[in-house]
Design a protein around this ligand. Sequence first.
Ligand code: SIN
Ligand code: MN
Length: 294
Amino acid sequence: MKLTPDQIAQFDREGYLFFPGLFSAAETKTLTDAVPALYARREAYNVREKGKEAVRTNFAAHMVSEPFARLARHPRMVGPVEDLFGEKLYMHQFKINGKAAFDGDVWQWHQDYGTWFNDDQMPTERAMNVAIFLDDVTEFNGPLMFIPGSHKKGVIEAKHDLTTTSYPLWTVDNALIAQLVERAGGKNGGIVSPKGPAGSMILFHSCLVHASGSNLSPFHRVAVYLSLCAVSNHIRRFKRPEYIAHRDFTPIECLPDDCLLKDYPVEVPWKNGVPASAYETSLDPIVLAAAISS
Ligand code: SIN
Ligand code: MN
């Protein structure tokens, strides 16, 4: 899938692009059907909501589940990002966020690149966030919110919040959010929240400030969030476990466009368990030659 010049200009101006219904109901179903078995596993890669059983986020499904491994190589998702960066990509992070009916908790205001810079030493913001809805997203089930144009601010000040939810996040304080929203139009467009059917996709800049409220509705809001990083911009430190911040910088080779409907062979190396090495961490910058050849 190619982006038009208008889409490229819009991405530059607003920091995101929304593709409602990009994947069909049949394509989305192959993914949705694989989620319960993933969420049921008692593994570190399933982070549950504070004090609850509901899964907040599941990491690295593309290493465990064939449908998600195929999604990770889907040309409709990878193609536009390769176009924008003019370079091959690798998978930096792969999450399936549950935002479960009644139990789904907030994601505080943040930029993703703040975390990738502070924790993973990713050199620049040349990494793209992709959200793919596995449920319909409405005003009721905790849609993602963006401050349009906030990516133009680059990396902004953030503090490491270890207590609000079950997942640590570098979050932006309320006073700064109020300023950014005002600058983006205040009540007139200063916050937007793309909503649409299951199968919709959003591309959003790694510096775009975003958040989502809790889900008090009886409707789940499962969505895949993955981060595609330009290969030359790979992370330089392994402070976080590999199931959270990946260390395989091999360029993604896409499968055919019908890969969610046909069982093309894919490798799922963590199908029977996560290797011990994926839990190892280091505060030292990595030795590049070793990391690239591994
Ligand atoms: C995220 O920012 O990583 C997730 C936000 C959400 O699931 O609403
Ligand atoms: Mn985020």
